[in-house]
Design a binder for this molecule. Sequence first.
Ligand code: AMP
Ligand code: MG
Length: 395
Amino acid sequence: MESISFEEARKRVLVRARAMQLPLAVEDIELSQASGRVAAHAVVADRDYPPVARSIRDGYAVQLTDFNGTCEVIGELRAGQPATISVGAGQAVEIMTGAPIPPGADAVVMVEHTTRSGSQMCTDRCPQAGEFINPAGSEVRKGAVVVPAGEVFTFPRIAMAATVGSTRVSVYRKPRVAILSTGDEVISIAATPRDFEVRNSNAWSLAAQVERAGGVPTILPVAADLYNPTRELTEAGLQHDLLLLSGGVSAGKYDIVETVLADLGAEFFFTRVAIQPGQPVVFGRARDKFFFGLPGNPASTMVCFEVFAKAMVQLLAGRTEPDWAFGWATLTHDFRHKPGLTRFLPARLDNGTLTHIPWQGSSDVPSLARANCFLIADAGRDLWAAGDWIRFLPI
Ligand code: AMP
Ligand code: MG
């Protein structure tokens, strides 16, 4: 299969993931546990918000009939009190932010625009009808959806659920994601590697990425570059909701992951993408489960997860939309690359400006650890001057 563009590859992931018709399991949890979880049932407003008209300033509630800038103050309304006083022409009620608008009042004059002497309030302002008043139901109506199913409980949505009195919420069960590292040279991170060995850092970065995307990672034992162990562990991985393989998808003699997957009846949606790092990345489905074969160099694994697999985890988690939170920043230096590949390179974003971190290529974990984002070099452009805008993907 030939190489496809980055945009086409991402589209294929999204199309396949959205076509899933999985009956996602639902669980009820305490609101205190809901941060980052995906709503399975919509949260609805239990009453109008605000339930009555409220002042959004400290000041004076006044009636506009025959208003001439001088009013007799007939009382005070604090937040947390019912509106028991009525305002007539030429009268005002001192009112605090959040307090209900008294009957008869049709505007609020900010306290900063008034002077007070005894029971008289004076202002040189001519308030507009409704000024500084939030009418009843103006934010949301009773019964309306305030957090739709498929949305993540961010902190404002937690506030929303709390506002409507949802002490418990329904969320989707987190997808279980298997992580299978392959490679004769890959050993446990607790072991001491010989000079020709590397610790299995990919399993750990992937587990962190899976968790952040809303999945539950399971790290499987490392598969040696042999057919039988790779097949057995791949079959075990396909028991999960999603399988992430690291390594073994390049063109080397011992890169057997694709052979194993093909023998397990896999359908491949792409096996090569015009990106760097991560060109040999594989995406497919076997035994009714999606899998990604991520090239083993640490930067390739990290980038391919962020730009492809993350969206899959988020959609498996029940989200309506995955996030694709790239930003724009200006470069601190000229930047050139060879067009044809979309590149994701370690960079630092400081005060809105972006600096590429020099590196030794996609095995250079120390440079990745210094980065706080990936600079995105578009495949169709070769040169950026210092000060030019460029895209980045936060880490
Ligand atoms: P591969 O994609 O299997 O050809 O692996 C490419 C390179 O990535 C290897 O030479 C290793 O140095 C490195 N690598 C592979 N798997 C891992 C892993 N699980 N953790 C850290 N580095 C890895
Ligand atoms: Mg390998």
